[in-house]
Structure formats: C-alpha cells, structure tokens
Design a protein around this ligand. Structure first.
Ligand code: GTP
Ligand code: MG
Length: 196
C-alpha cells in the first residue's frame, strides 16, 4: 500500500464538500500541534504533502489524500489554536460532524502527545467516537522527546484512561516522525485493514 505515491485530493470546509464515500478511509485526529500532518508526511515518505508547522491551528480544513485504494484524512486539531475564535469554532463543528457522520470512516487514529498523555478534550472526542461507533486507535506521537521514564508513565496513564472506552483498540502505537520509530507498525496496521 505505502509503496504507492500518496497525492493530495482536496481540502474540505463543509460536510457537503466531502468526496463520495465510495472508498475506505482512515483519519488522523488529535489536539492542535500533536503532529497529525507531520505523521502523514512521515508515513507516506513525502516531506511536504500535508502542511505542518509549529503554530497550533495550522490545518484548518479536512484534507484528503489518496493512497489507492483508500483515503487518508488529515483533520484540523481540537483544543487550543492560534487562530480567530470564529474560525476555530467553525472547524471544530465540522470536525465533530465528520467524526460522527462519515459512513466509510473505518478507523480514527487518535494522536496523543507522548509527553502529555490524554487530556479532557481528548476524552470528549473519545466519547463522541464511542457514541458514533467509530473504532479508534491511539497513536502516541513525539516519543523522541520525553525521557524514557516519563514516556512509560504517560503510556501507563493512557492505558488506564482508555480502558473505559468500548470503541478503543487496546493496542497503542508509539511513534516518532523525527526518528521514524513505530512508523512501520502503523503502516502495517493500515495495510492490514485494507486487505480484510
Ligand atoms: P494542527 O494542524 O495545527 O492541528 O497540528 P498538527 O497536529 O498537524 O501538527 P504538525 O504536524 O503541524 O506538527 C506540529 C509541530 O510538531 C511541528 O513543529 C512538527 O515539526 C513537530 N513534530 C511533529 N511530529 C514530531 C515528532 O515525532 N517529533 C518531534 N520532535 N517533533 C514533531
Ligand atoms: Mg495539521
């Protein structure tokens, strides 16, 4: 699957702009700045496919990428963002509509910063995914940053919090887009979903 070249398809600003749901899709969700866009670039081996930046609130549209035969979807972040309040409110509403209402969404990868663990805003999204019956799998990002002991603690705390969400996959994937750690595991996980 990942031997192919991923391409940008479109940026979507309203539910009626979503492409036809005729292929399986997976999305990357998480707080602003957690590393969603960077992870898509790292997974696809394309440095600037999805635009990333150090400013939280970089991705403001639902960005679709084709990786035949599926779509990869880069979402705007939730939580704090450096953007006008009205703009943030608009994309957060869209994000929730998308997560709860996209029939061909097979799995949401929920990105959690390996330094910070699960926050209340993440739990709100997990509850929403549970209500919508969208399976989700947690990906810890930026695992190159914390000290090993701090990463272990964040991992244990994340496992405890996840236990109460029926829609959550029990396996966590630890990644670093910086060192490449965990990327093969994540690619294999996605490839396995496509071939079932
Ligand atoms: P929004 O679109 O604003 O919601 O953010 P995002 O989740 O798409 O984050 P983005 O990919 O733009 O990355 C945010 C910042 O984190 C950038 O400065 C990245 O270089 C950095 N970053 C992302 N992944 C990693 C990682 O694995 N390790 C390290 N050290 N930095 C990372
Ligand atoms: Mg982004």
């Amino acid at each position: 699957l990942f031997a192919q070249r991923a391409e940008f398809l479109k940026g979507v600003v309203a539910m009626d702009g979503l492409p036809p749901g005729d292929r399986l899709e997976i999305c990357f969700a998480g707080r602003s700045n957690v590393g969603k866009s960077t992870l898509i670039n790292a997974l696809t081996g394309r440095k600037a496919l999805a635009r990333a930046s150090n400013t939280p609130g970089r991705t403001q549209e639902i960005n679709y990428f084709t990786l035949d035969p599926i779509y990869l979807v880069d979402l705007p972040g939730y939580g704090f963002a450096k953007a006008p309040v009205a703009v943030v409110a608009k994309w957060q509403a869209l994000l929730k509509q998308y997560l709860a209402g996209r029939a061909n969404l097979r799995r949401a990868f929920l990105l959690i910063d390996g330094r910070h663990g699960i926050k209340d805003v993440d739990e709100e999204i997990m509850a929403l995914l549970g209500t919508a019956a969208v399976p989700f799998q947690v990906v810890l990002t930026k695992t190159d940053k914390p000290k090993p002991a701090d990463l272990e603690a964040a991992l244990a705390a994340t496992r405890r919090k996840l236990a109460k969400y029926a829609a959550a996959y029990p396996e966590l994937i630890l990644t670093s887009s910086e060192t490449g750690a965990g990327l093969d595991t994540l690619r294999a996980t996605i490839a396995a979903m496509v071939s079932d």
